[in-house]
Design a protein around this ligand. Structure first.
Ligand code: AMP
Length: 271
């Protein structure tokens, strides 16, 4: 595994290949990231993983600072996985140049997390656009755990006619149902139990809603979630995951999208 900290040396090396399979991450690697990497390794191109905690996608400084980082452990894991390249850029390496493409921000960026995290998706699209210009990957591997993000990156790539295929990867969960996330490292034992109970509640709720839409009674659900230990709920909404249109009546093809807090830790999921 070759490690790069600047784009000049990285490009000199990777442009020798016919293409690159790219897995962008913010580090704090877990089973979710690893499944993306393993999928990428099965592709016909060499795998490049990036680790960059992008300050521009955090609206609160404290949230950026407390984001779990564990670079030594990450490097160890990536070496074991035998990826070809690891890119750990500095802020200047990513933001110190003018991009060719402008970011395309689909209107869906105003929904769900977009309503509650001002500037978040602008920050995500900005950094992804930059990574794509630096790496020029043929494939980019993204997790459905962050379905809204995945959708918006896909729209940007389509709209800007960038020759890069988005490979959608399923959400990986812990045995207790919680979606693997770097932020889980900030949860204590009791909080993990709360998150697990909330997952199981939502899982059975979805089954009920599929049979009878009147079970989607938001005030009751919010009350139940609070009783289970959620401190605050940003949103709980149903979307069709093909069209990304809101479900208004009985349907079989939807996911329940949620963002909620346990104390000051914000978790998102879609089930
Ligand atoms: P992050 O490091 O959180 O920015 O995530 C990097 C990539 O891993 C994104 O494409 C995420 O959607 C994906 N990812 C994060 N958690 C999971 C998970 N539990 N299952 C599958 N993919 C995930």
């Amino acid at each position: 595994m070759k490690i790069f900290k600047d784009k000049q040396n990285l490009q000199k090396e990777i442009f020798k290949n016919k293409g690159i399979s790219f897995v962008p991450t913010m580090g704090g690697l877990h089973k979710g990231h690893i499944s993306l990497i393993k999928k990428s390794k099965k592709s016909k191109f060499k795998t490049l993983v990036s680790i960059f905690v992008n300050p521009k996608q955090f609206s609160k400084k404290g949230d950026f600072k407390s984001y779990p980082r564990n670079i030594k452990k990450d490097i160890k894991q990536l070496k074991k996985l035998k990826i070809s390249y690891l890119y750990i850029p500095t802020f200047k390496d990513i933001y110190g140049f003018k991009t060719i493409e402008h970011v395309y921000l689909d209107k869906f960026s105003k929904k769900l997390c977009g309503k509650f995290r001002k500037g978040h998706f602008e920050g995500v699209l900005n950094v992804v656009n930059r990574f794509i210009e630096i790496i020029k990957p043929k494939y980019i591997f993204l997790g459905k755990k962050d379905y809204q993000q995945l959708y918006l990156i896909k729209k940007h790539i389509e709209k800007r006619k960038i020759k890069c295929k988005v490979i959608e990867c399923k959400t990986i969960r812990e045995n207790n149902g919680i979606a693997c996330s770097s932020r889980n490292l900030n949860l204590n034992k009791n909080q993990i139990k709360v998150a697990s109970n909330i997952y199981h509640y939502l899982y059975s709720l979805k089954k009920k809603i599929k049979k009878n839409y009147s079970f989607f009674y938001i005030n009751k659900i919010k009350k139940d979630l609070k009783n289970l230990g959620a401190s605050k709920i940003d949103y709980l909404e149903n979307y069709n995951v093909k069209s990304f249109k809101k479900i208004k009546r009985q349907s079989k093809k939807f996911n329940l999208f949620i963002a909620y807090y346990i104390k000051n830790i914000r978790l998102i999921d879609n089930i």
